[in-house]
Design a protein around this ligand. Structure first.
Ligand code: GPW
Length: 828
């Protein structure tokens, strides 16, 4: 450390916050001329973005350092959020907002000849996630920082995020998302933080001099984990937390030996192989694919993160039993479940802690969040693959399972089947490791992400564990979203209007303050301003559509939006069948009837997993319908169908504020929560949805008059599926007309849609036919109600006023209080 006589100098010249615009400009130009080695003659928007982001980055790092120092001196319990996905989107606007320098930079770059909007557009999305799960992690780390909790995120630094989607001939075409081309100003490489990670090899045990059995794992392959830190600034606070992402690199020794022996080629090949571990994000959403490289990613990331956390703990020289007083680790789904085993291994094999004491520490450290009940999404690793890759971990899992099953047998000696049902090892061929069970057994709390979902996991997939552990281990924390990005940044005009009425922007920190606008729901002037902003946002989206899809849409039409990953359970197929039904109805209308009809723009967006045939067929059908309908002169403005390619976070920021209606229409009981439903309502759109996930709690908050619900309830789903399987259920007659149109070639080659149609006419697992009439009825009501502009806008205002509950700040407070037991650290 620096000698005390030198410290004054350090303080004198330490980097400070911007005093004003001119200091920003000075830094901006310095970065253009030195960091980028450019000049006044060749500074384009990209260079200007890079220089501005460097200037902002410097300030983030100052705040980051301060925060980390403070947290280290305070030495209090920290939380670590382990997630394989962080779907951050763009950083610059958020960084300016949270650092409180938005005005300075905006007018600062304007003086220098740039528009801030153009610079923001230069930034590629950090798209290190698939959908809701990854975006939730991004909202959560924003809230952890904004509410002053000491907390870090741990993830993987993929070189390729979620693929880019193009539509060619109506089909999805994927291309790689190499987002690091122009380097990433928002990360700090920590080349000095390198952790060796082992795979494969074998285990052996011996008895040491004290007569203790010691287990050793000799790895067969070694790679290095290198840390990249992404500062996470809180809003309206100095707290700047850390998101640590790991990249895999070859170990130097390994490389060197072969290179020396003259075997250049295989040396290079080996080092490339090491780098593939963190190279690419698996593009599956709500689906488990069982690839070895994915398990390698999971272990690589978990082992690096735990090594880091344990190292930090050991610096405090506390006894091991205090570990859970200093460390809380949240498992974002089962992807990081190996952390349970890795911590147990570190404690018993490396640190010499006794099994029971170690296991106590482990279970008091971890919490597990479940995000789905879909069977195809539950991770189950084949034992042979697992044993080969992680032999010592497999032994420890058997041990954990043995102790657990012994306990269960003691508690329920007569229930023989119970043991097989709850065993971590599924007795199939080959045997499988059930990761969710391991996560439950290794954690002190298990939570679902919305009320219905949290009830469902207790009564279905984890029922036996409620019997064993009692109900208190299982709880609900309803998801939330950050109002900074999803209101203020995405919809600045609405945020400004609200602030002008409630007197400040405090609602961005305490979203319940939105309640103050409820009395204005019927105020004509406020309504006018509200409507004007919605129109502006619709025009902004219309301009985007013009640019990307090449045609105009009428901003006075009802904007009906469904944007999310394409999945059969999310039922985009039902939506497009409904659009076809609407098209057929319009074709059958008289002139008079057409005058009465409500014009609509039906907007779709979302990616399909590359190997998901049915989802890809749905995309093709949407685009085929779009082509026919948009070109049909009989239809005119009454119906337009738009598929927005490459839906991502920055597109969501344009799309979400522009909806009149958004659709969240999953088969009841299948969508754990949904979070875009919250985003749309917060921006003044109403929901057309099923009684599923967070829709239920949104209804409770905004009132049932301010949402359009339809469809069967979760409790009927099992019976309905049963009926489809064991008796002839007639197809919904309106759906039959739709299928007839498709089959007659109205939307091109009908062969393309054979399996899509038979998925409904057959077992109809997602109950599209059962819900179709109810869906059409709800749509009809939407059409009618939209004509009544006054009531529509007052419903929109009332809904927004009651969305306070859905702030991710509230969700984080609940986790902190009831699972993590961590407290905020004020930066004052
Ligand atoms: F299968 N979710 C997701 F549970 O986006 F792991 N990807 C996933 O792979 C899974 C869940 C997983 C979503 C849920 O589908 C959504 O309902 C929920 O709002 C979101 O996770 C955040 O909890």
């Amino acid at each position: 450390s620096i000698p005390s006589e030198s410290r004054q100098l350090w303080q004198k010249f330490g980097v400070k916050e911007f005093g004003g615009k001119e200091e920003f400009q000075q830094e901006f130009i310095r970065h253009v001329e030195t960091t980028l080695a450019r000049s006044i003659y060749n500074c384009d928007d990209l260079a200007a973005y890079q220089a501005a982001s460097q200037a902002i980055r410097d300030r983030l790092i100052v705040a980051w350092n301060k925060t980390q120092q403070k947290h280290t001196t305070k030495d209090r319990k920290r939380v670590y959020y382990l997630s394989l996905e962080f779907l951050m989107g763009r950083a610059m606007d958020n960084a300016m907002l949270n650092a409180g320098i938005k005005d300075i930079t905006k007018s600062g770059v304007a003086d220098l000849g740039f528009k801030i909007e153009d610079l923001l557009e230069q930034e590629p999305d950090a798209a290190l996630g698939n959908g809701g799960l990854g975006r939730l992690a991004a909202c959560f780390i924003d809230s952890i920082a904004s509410t002053n909790y000491p907390g870090w995120g741990y993830g993987l630094r993929y070189q390729y995020g979620i693929f880019k989607q193009r539509i060619v001939d109506g089909y999805q075409v994927e291309s790689p998302d190499y987002w690091l081309t122009f380097s990433n100003p928002w990360e700090i490489p920590r080349y000095e933080i390198q952790i060796d990670i082992m795979f494969y090899g074998y285990t052996r045990k011996y008895t040491n001099d004290d007569g203790k059995v010691v287990h050793v794992w000799e790895g067969g392959e070694q790679v290095q984990a290198v840390a990249y830190d992404v500062p996470v600034p809180g809003y309206g606070t100095e707290t700047t937390n850390n998101l640590r992402l790991w990249a895999s690199k070859p170990t130097r020794e390994f490389d060197f030996e072969k290179f020396n022996a003259g075997d250049y080629e295989s040396s290079v090949r080996e080092s490339q192989k090491a780098e593939t571990i963190s190279a690419v994000l698996y593009p599956n959403d709500n689906f488990y694919s069982g690839k070895e490289l994915r398990l390698k990613q999971q272990y690589f990331w978990v082992a690096a993160s735990l090594n880091d956390i344990v190292r930090r703990f050991k610096k405090t020289h506390r006894p091991w039993k205090e570990f859970p007083d200093q460390v809380a680790i949240q498992l974002n789904d089962t992807h990081p479940t190996l952390a349970v085993v890795e911590l147990q291994r570190i404690l018993i094999d490396m640190e010499g802690v006794e099994w029971d004491a170690a296991w106590n520490i482990v279970t008091n450290t971890f919490g597990y969040t479940n995000h789905t009940v879909l069977p195809e999404a539950l991770e189950k690793w084949p034992v042979p693959l697992f044993t080969n890759l992680l032999p010592r971990h497999m032994e420890i899992i058997y041990e954990i399972n043995l102790f657990f099953l012994q306990k269960v047998e003691k508690m329920f000696p007569k229930e023989r089947d119970l043991l097989a049902r709850v065993s971590i090892i599924e007795e199939s061929t080959p045997q499988q490791v059930r990761m969710a069970y391991l996560a439950i057994i290794g954690s002190h709390k298990v939570n679902g992400v919305a009320e219905l979902h949290s009830e469902l996991i207790k009564t279905t997939i984890f029922k036996d564990f409620v019997t064993i552990y009692g109900p208190d281990k299982f709880m609900n924390v309803t998801n939330g979203i950050t109002p900074r990005r999803w209101l203020h940044q995405a919809n600045p005009k609405l945020s400004d209007l609200i602030a002008s009425k409630v007197g400040s922007y405090d609602f961005l920190k305490d979203l319940n303050l939105l309640k103050k606008i409820e009395p204005l729901a019927h105020d004509p002037k406020f309504q006018d301003e509200w409507v004007t902003i919605k129109k502006f946002n619709k025009a902004r989206l219309a301009a985007h559509i013009k640019q990307s899809n090449g045609f105009e849409v009428n901003v006075n039409a009802l904007f009906d939006v469904q944007v999310k990953r394409i999945h059969e359970y999310k039922r985009q197929q039902m939506n497009i069948f409904g659009v076809i039904h609407r098209y057929l109805s319009i074709k059958a209308m008289t002139k008079e009837e057409k005058k009465e009809a409500t014009p609509r723009v039906c907007i779709f967006g979302g990616k399909s997993a590359p190997g998901y045939y049915m989802a890809k067929t749905i995309i093709k059908l949407i685009n085929a319908v779009s082509e026919v309908v948009n070109a049909d002169a009989d239809v005119g403005d009454l119906l337009k169908v738009v598929f927005i390619a490459d839906y991502n976070v920055s597109k969501a920021e344009i799309i979400v504020p522009a909806s009149d209606i958004s659709q969240h229409i999953s088969t009841a009981g299948t969508e754990a929560s949904g979070t875009s439903n919250m985003k749309f309502v917060l921006n003044g759109g109403l929901i057309l949805g099923t009684v599923d996930g967070a829709n239920i709690e949104i209804t409770r908050e905004v009132g049932e008059n301010n949402i359009f619900l339809f469809g069967h309830l979760a409790e009927s789903v099992e019976d309905l599926r049963h009926k489809h399987r064991f008796s002839d259920v007639p197809l919904d007659p309106n759906l039959e007309k739709v299928f007839n149109a498709i089959e007659s070639g109205t939307f091109g080659d009908p062969n393309i849609y054979v399996s899509l149609i038979s998925s409904v006419t057959g077992s109809d697992y997602y109950l599209v036919s059962d819900d179709f009439q109810s869906y059409l009825d709800a749509q009809k009501l939407v059409d009618q109600d939209f004509k009544n502009k006054d009531t529509w806008v007052s419903r929109s205002i009332t809904a927004v006023a009651n969305m306070g509950f859905f702030s991710s700040d509230r969700a984080i407070d609940e986790y902190a209080e009831s699972i993590w037991n961590v407290e905020p650290i004020s930066m004052e």
